[in-house]
Design a protein. Structure first.
Length: 169
């Protein structure tokens, strides 16, 4: 099955008795443009987003018919959780994490990032007390420049993708 775009989210899509087949993704797979995976029920799935990555979120719907719906399930992982006590601490943590080009997530006044020992030790050495938890990493902060459109409505990235994928569907 080929998926070219997400079609909604379980929060707004009426399931109406259809079964839900989840596609389990690691946090870092949610921003991929091309993936080949199997759903939890064994359905083969190829994701090929022709435009910029769709930034898949928990419960995003990729497919729906009369019998079933395929929705995203983000797999929980070990994360470092930091709750900065002030704006200075927030700025310090964000600067240090950004300077290392590491992914950063925000949830309920807390900063979260995938666990890695060197960063964990660096945060401890800086006087923070990061907690280790098992959580789903969602709500990634946008820390880099994204491709964007100009007057024509298409981004340069979109135009390049059209040129390189025409006739290859």
């Amino acid at each position: 099955m080929l998926i070219k775009e997400k079609i909604g989210n379980l929060a707004t899509l009426a399931v109406d008795g259809r079964s839900i087949d989840h596609l389990s993704l690691e946090w870092y797979e949610c921003n991929k443009r091309i993936l080949h995976k199997k759903t939890n029920n064994g359905r083969e799935l190829s994701i090929k987003f022709l435009k910029e990555a769709q930034c898949l979120q928990q419960d995003d719907v990729l497919y729906a018919d009369d019998e079933f719906v395929i929705a995203i399930e983000i797999i929980p992982c070990e994360v470092m959780v930091i709750k900065p006590g002030s704006m200075y601490e927030m700025a310090f943590v964000c600067y240090e994490i950004g300077n290392k080009h590491l992914p950063l997530f925000y949830e309920q006044e807390e900063l979260l990032m995938p666990y890695e020992a060197p960063t964990y030790r660096m945060l401890q050495a800086a006087g923070f007390t990061p907690e280790l938890k098992i959580k789903k990493l969602q709500n990634q902060l946008k820390t880099s420049v994204a491709a964007h459109a100009h007057a024509g409505g298409e981004s340069l990235f979109s135009r390049i993708m059209k040129l390189t994928t025409s006739g290859n569907d």
